[in-house]
Design a protein around this ligand. Sequence first.
Ligand SMILES: NC(=O)CC[C@H](N)C(=O)O
Length: 314
Amino acid sequence: MQSWVEEIDRRARETLGQGRVADYIPALAEQDANRFGIAICTNDGARYTAGDAQEPFSIQSLSKVFLLTLALRAHGDALWQRVGLNPSGMPFNSLTQLEAERGKPRNPFINAGAIVVADHLVSAFATPSKHIQDIARTLSGNASILIDRHVLASEWQHRSRNAAMAYLMKAFGNIDNEVDAVLDAYFSCCSLRMSCLDLAVAMNYLAADGHALATGKSFITPDLARRINSIMFTCGMYDAAGDFAYRVGLPAKSGVGGGIVAIVPGRLSVCAWSPALDAAGNSVAAQHALELLTDKLGVRIANTAPAGVEGGSR
Ligand SMILES: NC(=O)CC[C@H](N)C(=O)O
């Protein structure tokens, strides 16, 4: 596996130069487009890294996985009265469906959906952003994970579109708390800085039936892990979820910081990162790396091997 990640690192770097670093949040435009890292964490705790795998980056929408996990853990299926479960077919920050659909976002992995989830957490926790930071630290086993105040300030300053969504949803009665408090929680989560290795370890619970590697305890039920993987599969890559399912075929979530986390249920979690994005907002090199990885592993979600079986059946 270590030689695989090193080869993937080499081959994924051949795509550097394609795509563009996100600049609609100015602090993200400062990222170096030539970075690439990959980290794999298997369910038995083995870790394999290559390239800039230990370099913290802005997790952005990858935080939507933590947000959703916490909200479902706290409130269960009641969440689905306020957020849908289907792909939007629209860019992650689109407003067009929200008015027609009376303030109910299509799914929890587009911005509007994650803002509703953040509203749940503002109701549930006195300091929601600290809570998410603590969860990220606990699940990754890295106590030095921080919210990047520079990125947070930049997101806040350029919040018009997210604020418009939040106010529209509030007008429809789908946001309970003050919009500013909800946006602060949402942006704080997006502004967490974590490395590929942190993320692969932290999200391994989705590969391991809800069992958290770093704590040795169950974090969520196997059933909930399965459901979150399903939502990642259909909605995790924004309006390019179908393209990604075709190319890679794994549950995954991407962020505009250039990170993508993917899950091989029963087997491993992986995070690849490179800041330059394609038109849908997904990292070019990270997608390529995951495509190379599933080719190597011989798994697509449709034929995932049982845990412990190398290779899988083709
Ligand atoms: N897709 C993303 O990663 C978007 C997150 C970003 N913080 C935003 O609100 O637009």
